[in-house]
Structure formats: structure tokens, C-alpha cells
Design a protein around this ligand. Structure first.
Ligand code: TPP
Length: 673
């Protein structure tokens, strides 16, 4: 390193601490490599050799328990440096039953520890960046000087989420440090096939307001200098930094990989020669920080620390099989409803607006954000109108036009135990660009963290057709969502349900997708209701028997619940008695009410707007045959959207979406069975 260095005792302590973390990380790597072949619970190993210095120095630059950390899988040096116990890390590697790092639910090296403010990490390369930015936004809103650290490899910077995260953090001047551990490879893909121009640092400089550092991540002085500067910047609320540390990946990507298939012998040797530990040790000796005898003693001590931690880790049991399905949802019962005098008649969009106002008044942590939701417009449907005037721009703000940003930031913000983001995706049709954050991240954080972290987030999405919205403003996506464990899904069909369900959703510690039918927002005739009071909540999983009947049952939700009711009314004039059930929430599902009705009528029609193939009706029909077969006097029938995108022209749209007359006809046939 060739820089003259005179050490004080504090400096010596820092140097030896860094050495210790690096040694422990390397010796743990060696140990894991052996353990993976011993059939003790581990089947997979991600070596971190070569990345030790950047991880160790980063961790030692932060304040554990105050700052937030989103370390990626090759950042074990960071986890050790921040204070994760060696026993825990090894026990997690062996998939054992411990509180931290998922308790056997995640593969190794997915860090998660509440007291160290390491939220639950996933296997998805790159999705951590937006969550880190959300945590930084939360720190900013809470007025705290908390720094947020997030790391990733050079490959992860190709993900859109990385760029969305940089964009958002620059717009909001957030205290976040993006540490890119650039080993030049993403498994077998070299940087020239990965990054335009070969340098993510150059690209990052294009984001206004970000400080960019690029240096040799095996050089202690360069690494500490960059981290010190980035932490200072973040601590003083001067915005984000991108820290690109050039490091070697010494060894394979994982225990399933053979780098000889894509790296030459010369390159593999050259990477070994860059070993940050060998280089650091040599430098400490040259600078007279330690003698070779002291170094040997330290190596031995650190080696023994890992050996002894491994013995202790192996004493933890495997998680109990009986708990495999536990903690998909955090327990929750909404507050008891105190029913008020009925208020004025309001439509669904007013009900949602009023629920938001009441909950924002009730809880200072409730924040609303999304596209166009703030001042002036208040959302393209006007649902969030007045919120930013009433509660200020910190509590209702616009985001860039980036759905992954909206959900990723919400996840990060919700980690603080204070904020409850209620975000808007402008149209359900555009939720797909957020689906990685919804499916792979949000839905399973409670489960993956072994119940340690929650995501109290509500995602409101206008959905559905009948308004000539064409294929991109008409989709009904509830069946896709219902397939994802960990999400709750509400679909109100009238103003009273909408208000009480949304208030319950906001109080819920679990993620809720709140689907609002666009065609019902202003619908007065069938959807308006007397306003419910501020202490009225509707628990999820309670279907409503909208109309009682004896001949045939029809189940719907959203628009089809209304159509079914109209059809039932028409058929009553012909002497056919139809029981109409509005599910109101499809997850959790109140199948008891459906089954009770089947027992009475013996006939079931399911009506939904979404395409027929694998629609939620298929799930209901399956349940009806499993649990209601003995009570059925006719085959279960469905009236659904066609297996076709929803076209724009009214005549075409009417052909594709189910109509009231279709429900009526199907009910009539069933009743005659
Ligand atoms: C979104 C996503 N795509 C693919 C993978 C499979 N995968 C896991 S690690 C990895 C390479 C990541 O490379 P890089 O970000 O450079 O980090 P490194 O492993 O080199 O430290 C890939 C492709 C994944 N986990 N997530």
C-alpha cells in the first residue's frame, strides 16, 4: 500500500478489529466449505473470499443498532463486523432453529437480525436497493441521523431496481450508501457483458447529487477513506453515495459452481494474488503494527473462535416440522367496531378518501404515496385529494413513475415499526412492474424472517373493466394475487364495506392489496351507503349474504356481486329464489358462508370478471367439490370473463366481460336442474 502510517492506540485497535473480522470471515468460509460436505443441514455454500475488507470496513464505519443495513449474500464480513454472532451465522448455515437469519427458512447468507437493524434479506439480486432507500426515507421523515447501508455485486447494478433506487435517493437526498462489491463477474458473466462502458461508477455519476467512490477494495486506506467520507455525508443528511470497491472473487460463485469452466488458470491465480487478507497482514507487518509472532497468535485465536462457534452451532436443533406453515401471517384482530349513527350517503371513492383521512389522523405513521397522489390532482381518480394539503407533503407525496419504487420504498419504510405506508398503484394493470417486490419480497418477509419482521403496508389498486379502458386499464388480477401466500386481498363492492375494510387493512400488520373497482368509484345507485363512523371496522374473511334465497347460490365480488344481486332481483319476479353472496375479501376467504349456502340451495354459480382460466372461481369450484360435494344437486357453474384481453370498443368489451344477463341466464338454467 506504500503509505506512511503512524498508528495511535485507537488506530491500532481499529486495524486489529478489521483484521479480526476479516480472519473470522475467511476461517468461517473454510469451515463452511467442510460442513457442506458433512450432511449436517447445509447443502449450499456461497464463499466470500476476496470480499472481506470492504465488508469489514463498511460495518466498522457504522453505528450498530442505530444505522440500517441491507447486506447481500457475499457480505458475511459485514454481518460479522456489525455484530452478528458467529454461532448464529453458523447455525443459520446449518438451517437450525434460531431466532435470527430466518430459523431455517432461508438458504445460508440471507442476513436478518432485528436488534442490528438488518431487515430480512431475500435471494433476489437487486431488490434490496429500493428497500434500503425506503428505510432511508423513513429516517429522514423521522428526523433521525440514521445511515442506511446496502450492498450488492456488480451484476446487481444491471437490475432496474438499482437505478430506481439511485433516482429516488437523489430526488429525496437520502442518507443511503450503496456499496457495490465489484468482482468483475456475475457467476460466469464478465463485466464487459454486464455493464455498458464497463464501469458502474461512471454510470452512477450521471445521477445528480450522488457522491461516487471507486477504488481498490483490497487496500485498507482507500477503503476506509471512501467509507468514512460516505458515512459522514449520509450522517449529515447530504445525500447518497455509491461506493464501488474492486475486489477479487477468490473461488467459485457457490458450491455448485466451477469457475474453471469460464475463467483461465492465469486469471484464477491472479485473483488469488489480490487476496485482501494476505495483503493487509503484510502491510500490518511492514508498518510495524504487529509482529509475525503476534499475527500467528491472532490467526490461531480467530481460527479457534470459529471452531468453537461451529461446535455450539451444531448443538441447535433443526426447526420443528410442525411449524413449517407457521408465521405466514402475523396475528391480527381489528379493533372492536363501535357503530355510529349512520351518516350521509357517500359513494365508494368518498368512502376510501374518508378512511384515509381518519386513519392518517389516528396514526402519525400512516403515509400515502404513489403516482400523482399529491397536491392538486390527488390521484387520477381523485381518491387522495386534499391529503397533502391536510397532512403536509411528508405524509402524502408523489413518487417517480416506477411501481417497483413504490412498493420497494414502502417495504423499507415499514421496517421502522412506525410508518404504515398506504400506497397507490395507479392501475392494477401496471402493478406487474412491482410484482417482484410484491411476490418475492413483501408477501413473505414475515415468514422468511421467522416472524421477526412485519410489513404493515396497504397497496391500493384501481382494477376492473366496463369503462372502455382497453387491455391496459381493465384487468382483474385477484386470482394471480391470491396465489401468493402472505398477502391479504380485499375487494369491496360498496361504500360502507370499502371504508370499514380499508380502516381494518391499515391497522393490519400484514400486507394488504386493496382492489377498488374503477367503475364503482362514483356509482351511486348500487354502491352508495350511509357513511360509517370512525370506529367502525370490518374484519377480513367475512362474506356477506347480500340477499337470502333457497333455490340457487351465486357468489361474486366487486362488480359481479352487484350484477348478481340485480339478476337475483329480476329472477325473483319469475319465482326463482337466489341467494347472493359478496365475498368482500378473497384472502382470507370465508368459505364457511359459501358452504352454508350450498347446503341450503344445493346449487352454486360463481361470477367473476377476470378471464376464466385459473380465475378465482376455479379455486371456489374446487373447494365446493372437496367440501360441498354431498350437498350439490347440480354441477358448479361459472360466469366469467372470456379468455381474452379486454378490448376497448364498447361492443367488443361487452362481449368479453360477463354481463348481468349472462348471470341471469346461468342462474335460471341452474335453478331448473
Ligand atoms: C433477480 C435474480 N436473477 C438471478 C439470480 C441468480 N443469481 C444469484 S447470484 C447471481 C450473480 C450475481 O452477481 P453479482 O451481483 O455480481 O454478485 P457476486 O455474486 O458476483 O458477488 C445470479 C445471476 C438471482 N438470485 N436473482
Amino acid at each position: 500500500m506504500g503509505i506512511c502510517f503512524t498508528q495511535s492506540s485507537t488506530e491500532k485497535f481499529s486495524l486489529l478489529k478489521a483484521l479480526e473480522v476479516m480472519h473470522l470471515t475467511r476461517f468461517m468460509d473454510d469451515k463452511m466449505n467442510k460442513l457442506v460436505r458433512q450432511n449436517k443441514g447445509a447443502t449450499f455454500h456461497l464463499p466470500v473470499s476476496g470480499h472481506e475488507m470492504i465488508g469489514a470496513v463498511s460495518a466498522l464505519s457504522l453505528t450498530p443498532g442505530t444505522d440500517w443495513a441491507y447486506p447481500y449474500y457475499r457480505d458475511r464480513a459485514f454481518a460479522i463486523g456489525l455484530g452478528c454472532s458467529l454461532v448464529d451465522l453458523l447455525a443459520a448455515f446449518l438451517a437450525r432453529d434460531i431466532e435470527n437469519h430466518s430459523g431455517g427458512r432461508m438458504m445460508p447468507e440471507h442476513y436478518c437480525q432485528k436488534n442490528l437493524r438488518i431487515p430480512c434479506q431475500s435471494s433476489v439480486v437487486g431488490s434490496q436497493f429500493l428497500q434500503a432507500v425506503g428505510a432511508a426515507k423513513s429516517a429522514q421523515l423521522r428526523g433521525k441521523k440514521e445511515v442506511v447501508y446496502v450492498s450488492g455485486g456488480d451484476g446487481s447494478t444491471s437490475q432496474g431496481d438499482f437505478h430506481e433506487a439511485l433516482n429516488f435517493s437523489c430526488i429525496h437526498n437520502l442518507p443511503v450508501i450503496f456499496v457495490i462489491q465489484d468482482n468483475g463477474w456475475a457467476i460466469s458473466v464478465p463485466v464487459e457483458d454486464q455493464t455498458a462502458g464497463g464501469s458502474i461508477a461512471k454510470i452512477a455519476k450521471g445521477y445528480e447529487g450522488v457522491a461516487v467512490y471507486e477504488f481498490d477494495g483490497c487496500d485498507y486506506l482507500q477503503t476506509t477513506e471512501a467509507l468514512k467520507s460516505a458515512v459522514e455525508k449520509a450522517r449529515n443528511n447530504l445525500g447518497p453515495s455509491v461506493v464501488v470497491a474492486k475486489v477479487p472473487r477468490i473461488g467459485p460463485h457457490s458450491s455448485s459452481d466451477d469457475p474453471k469452466k469460464y475463467k483461465t488458470e492465469e486469471l484464477l491465480d491472479a485473483e488469488k494474488m489480490r487476496d485482501p487478507i494476505a495483503r493487509f497482514e503484510q502491510w500490518l507487518l511492514e508498518e510495524g503494527v504487529i509482529t509475525s509472532e503476534e499475527l500467528e497468535t491472532l490467526r490461531k485465536t480467530h481460527f479457534e473462535m470459529i471452531e468453537s462457534a461451529a461446535v455450539k452451532a451444531d448443538q441447535f436443533p433443526m426447526p420443528s416440522k410442525s411449524g413449517a406453515e407457521d408465521k405466514v401471517y402475523a396475528p391480527f384482530t381489528p379493533p372492536e367496531s363501535i357503530v355510529s349513527e349512520p351518516g350521509e350517503s357517500i359513494v365508494l371513492m368518498d368512502a376510501i378518501n374518508h378512511a384515509l383521512i381518519e386513519e392518517m389522523e389516528h396514526d402519525a405513521g400512516v403515509v400515502v404515496f404513489g403516482q400523482d397522489v399529491a397536491v392538486g390532482k390527488g390521484g387520477v381518480f381523485g381518491i387522495t385529494r386534499t391529503l397533502s394539503d391536510r397532512f403536509g407533503k411528508d405524509r402524502c407525496f408523489n413518487t417517480p413513475l416506477a411501481e417497483s419504487t413504490i412498493v420497494g420504498v414502502a417495504i423499507g419504510m415499514s421496517s421502522d415499526g412506525f410508518h404504515k405506508p398506504v400506497v397507490e398503484i395507479q392501475f392494477a394493470d401496471y402493478s406487474w412492474t412491482a410484482m417482484n417486490q410484491i411476490f418475492n419480497e413483501l408477501s413473505s418477509i414475515h415468514y422468511r424472517s421467522n416472524g421477526v419482521w412485519n410489513c404493515p403496508i396497504v397497496i391500493r389498486m384501481p382494477y376492473g373493466g366496463y369503462i372502455q379502458g382497453g387491455p391496459y386499464h381493465s384487468q382483474s388480477i385477484e386470482a394471480f394475487l391470491s396465489h401468493c401466500p402472505g398477502l391479504k386481498i380485499a375487494i369491496p363492492s360498496n361504500a360502507a364495506d370499502a371504508k370499514r375494510l380499508l380502516k381494518a387493512a391499515i391497522r393490519d400488520p400484514n400486507p394488504v392489496i386493496f382492489l377498488e373497482h374503477k367503475a364503482l368509484y362514483r356509482q351511486r345507485l348500487f354502491c352508495a351507503r350511509a357513511e360509517t363512523g370512525p370506529e367502525e371496522f370490518l374484519p377480513f374473511g367475512q362474506a356477506q349474504v347480500v340477499r337470502s334465497g333457497t333455490d340457487v347460490t351465486v357468489v361474486g365480488w366487486g362488480m359481479t356481486a352487484l350484477m348478481a344481486n340485480e339478476a337475483a332481483e329480476a329472477l325473483s319476479k319469475e319465482g326463482i329464489s337466489v341467494e347472493v353472496i359478496d365475498l368482500r375479501t378473497i384472502v382470507p376467504l370465508d368459505f364457511e358462508t359459501v358452504l352454508g349456502s350450498i347446503k341450503k340451495t344445493g346449487k352454486l354459480l360463481i361470477a367473476h370478471e377476470a378471464a376464466r382460466n385459473s380465475g378465482f372461481g376455479a379455486e371456489l369450484a374446487a373447494r365446493a367439490s372437496e367440501e360441498g360435494f354431498l350437498y350439490l344437486d347440480a354441477p358448479v357453474q361459472r360466469v366469467t370473463g372470456k379468455n381474452c384481453p379486454v378490448p376497448y370498443c364498447k361492443d367488443l368489451e361487452d362481449e368479453v366481460l360477463p354481463q348481468r344477463k349472462d348471470i341471469e341466464a346461468a342462474l335460471k338454467i341452474l335453478s331448473e336442474y
